[in-house]
Design a protein around this ligand. Structure first.
Ligand code: 13P
Length: 293
C-alpha cells in the first residue's frame, strides 16, 4: 500500500522496531530498494531531497512508488527530506508525496514552531505526515555544512513544547549523529535519547544513519527511534560499483549491464539494514517512564 509516515511508525511503535528511510538519488536504484523491503516483508520509507525530487520529477517518483507498492504489496511511504521552503513542501504534497520534513532546526525556536505549525496545518489537510527537527545534526546536507562546534543537541524540555505546539507526527533529534559520515562511526548520546523519549510521545527519527554503529541500533529502537535515515551508505555503494562497472566497459554495451550491479549493491544494503531495524531478536517495548528532565 502507498501509505504515510504516521501509519508505518504507529505500527513500528506497537511492535518495537524502526522503519528504514532510505534516500534515493536516481530513478535507477529505486525499484530495487522497494524490492528489498518486499523480500524482507517490511515497510519502507523512500526519501528524496528537494533537488532530487526536481531532478527525477515528483510525479515520476510518486508513480513508481505507488505502482510498486500495489504490485509488490509493500507499504511504501514517499517522504521529502530536509525541506526548508514552504513552496517546496507544498509542491511535494500537491504532487502526491505522503510525508514531508520541514527542517527549521537552523531557525530561532519560536520561528521553528511557527513555520513547522504552518506546514502541519497544510499537510494534515491532505492526510500527509510531517517530520520536524530540533537541534542540529552534524555534517553536510545538500551543501549546507554544520561544523562540530555549531552542533546543538536536542533539549528534552524544548522537545515537549515543540511537539505540543506544532502537532508534528515525528521528531528528528540531534543526539550526536552526522550526515554523510561513512569513513568512521559516531558516539550517540543514548542517555539523552532516553530523556527525550520519556517526555515526548511522537516517533523519534535518527538522521545520519550511515555513521551509527550497528551495535547501537537495538538500544535506539528500544528508546523510541521509529524512523531511521540511511543515505550515504547507499550512495557510496552505488558509486563505487559504478566506477568498477563503467571503468572498463565497451562504449556500445547496454547500460543495464553496468547499472544492475550498482542497484544490486544498494538492494543488499537495504536488506541487511532492514534485518537490524526489524529488531527481530527483541520485541519487548521498554520505553523509559521514570526519567525526569
Ligand atoms: P546519511 O547520509 O549520513 O546516512 O544520513 C541520511 C539522512 O539523515 C538523510 O536526512
Amino acid at each position: 500500500m502507498y501509505t504515510t509516515l504516521k501509519e508505518v511508525t504507529d505500527r513500528a511503535e506497537k511492535l518495537n522496531y524502526t522503519v528504514g528511510a532510505f534516500n534515493t538519488h536516481n530513478l535507477e536504484m529505486l525499484p530495487d530498494m522497494i524490492r528489498a523491503a518486499k523480500e524482507k516483508g517490511a515497510p519502507i520509507i523512500i526519501q528524496t531531497s528537494v533537488d532530487t525530487a526536481k531532478y527525477i520529477g515528483h510525479e515520476n517518483l510518486v508513480a513508481v512508488c505507488k505502482s510498486m507498492a500495489t504490485k509488490e504489496m509493500v507499504d511504501v511511504v514517499l517522504h521529502l527530506d530536509h525541506a526548508r521552503d514552504f513552496d517546496d513542501i507544498k509542491e511535494a504534497i500537491d504532487k502526491g508525496y505522503t510525508s514531508v520534513m520541514f527542517d527549521g532546526s537552523h531557525l530561532p525556536f519560536k520561528e521553528n514552531i511557527l513555520k513547522t505549525s504552518a506546514v502541519v496545518e497544510y499537510a494534515h489537510r491532505f492526510g500527509v505526515s510531517v517530520e520536524g527537527e530540533l537541534g542540529t545534526i552534524g555534517g553536510t546536507e545538500e551543501g549546507i555544512h554544520v561544523d562540530d562546534n555549531d552542533k546543538v543537541y536536542t533539549d528534552p524540555k524544548d522537545a515537549i513544547e515543540f511537539v505540543k505546539a506544532t502537532g508534528i507526527d515525528a521528531l528528528a533529534i540531534a543526539i550526536g549523529t552526522n550526515h554523510g559520515q561513512y569513513k568512521s562511526k559516531t558516539e550517540v548520546n543514548i542517555p539523552l535519547l532516553r530523556k527525550i523519549n520519556a517526555v515526548v510521545d511522537v516517533p523519534l527519527v535518527i538522521h545520519g544513519g550511515t555513521g551509527v554503529k550497528e551495535t547501537d541500533i537495538p538500544e535506539l529502537i528500544n528508546n523510541g527511534i521509529r524512523k531511521f535515515n540511511v543515505g550515504t551508505e547507499l550512495l557510496v555503494a552505488w558509486t563505487k560499483t559504478a566506477k568498477e562497472t563503467f571503468g572498463d566497459t565497451e562504449l556500445n554495451k547496454s547500460l543495464r549491464h553496468n547499472v544492475i550491479p550498482c542497484n544490486q549493491a544498494v538492494k543488499e544494503i537495504v536488506k541487511s539494514k532492514i534485518d537490524i531495524f526489524m529488531n527481530k531478536k527483541d520485541t519487548t517495548f521498554k520505553k523509559e517512564q521514570t526519567i525526569s528532565v
